[in-house]
Design a binder for this molecule. Structure first.
Ligand code: C5P
Length: 222
């Protein structure tokens, strides 16, 4: 079994906050794999490579370095080619690009190899879409976190305000569209692993979600 807490689920389900808090309280690294797909989209944009040009993306990823470094708050942040892309990864445009590049099998294969290497350091919390299904099928813990599109849109607006990209209805529609793209792609679609625990937190606070999961994993990790 791999010493991994796999947190999968759709966007804005609260899984990033959950994974970050688990990492803090357990004192173990937190890897947000979405950043790697976002960084791939951003690096391609800078090089004028189309988000569906699989061959060019694959060649690009062989030269681009991605590494996580710990910042002064103890959080793991992604550096791409030695630079910290920070906020540039958070735009709605780059989110859509991440979803697009994530449909390319060659991109997923490249990133998978990088993600798998990260468990060598001991317990980690890894968050994404296919951690329990593809990256770490033998993870000790697998959770699939979800909530209704409307509730997720509410959270996204509360968190990002103007950057969320529209009204509540528009954001909910964009979230549902991205779910659709992520769930229906041929490679590593967004779906719970057969042995993952499903947590629908539409009617739970993030704190309640955290407490629920923390109690399940703490004895094994601490
Ligand atoms: O989690 P985040 O919203 O940052 O992810 C951005 C996009 O990257 C997702 O919509 C998804 O298409 C893709 N992704 C993925 N597999 C992962 C993480 C993210 O396909 N493990």
């Amino acid at each position: 079994m791999d010493k991994v807490i796999a947190i999968d689920g759709p966007s804005a389900s609260g899984k990033s906050t959950l994974a970050r808090t688990l990492s803090e309280k357990l004192g173990i690294p937190y890897i947000n794999t979405g950043s790697m797909f976002r960084a791939t989209a951003l690096a391609a944009q800078k090089r004028n490579i189309a988000w569906d040009d699989e061959k060019a993306l694959q060649d690009m990823l062989r030269t681009v370095t991605m590494e996580y470094k710990v910042n002064s708050n103890g959080e793991f942040e992604l550096f791409c080619d030695g630079e910290f892309p920070g906020e540039a990864l958070r735009s709605a445009e780059i989110a859509a690009g991440a979803s697009k590049v994530g449909t390319c099998p060659a991109v997923r294969e490249e990133l998978k190899n990088q993600q798998r290497r990260m468990s060598a350091i001991g317990w980690i919390v890894m968050e994404g879409r296919d951690i329990g299904t593809v990256i770490f099928p033998d993870a000790e813990f697998k959770f699939f976190i979800t909530a209704s599109p409307l509730e997720r849109a509410r959270r996204r607006l509360a968190q990002e305000g103007d950057k969320a990209g529209g009204t509540l209805e528009e954001v909910a529609a964009a979230i549902a569209a991205r779910d659709e793209q992520d769930s229906n792609r041929a490679v590593a679609p967004l779906k719970p692993a057969a042995d993952a625990e499903l947590v629908d937190n539409s009617n739970m606070t993030l704190e309640e979600t955290f407490n629920y999961i923390y109690n399940k994993v703490k004895d094994a990790v601490l």
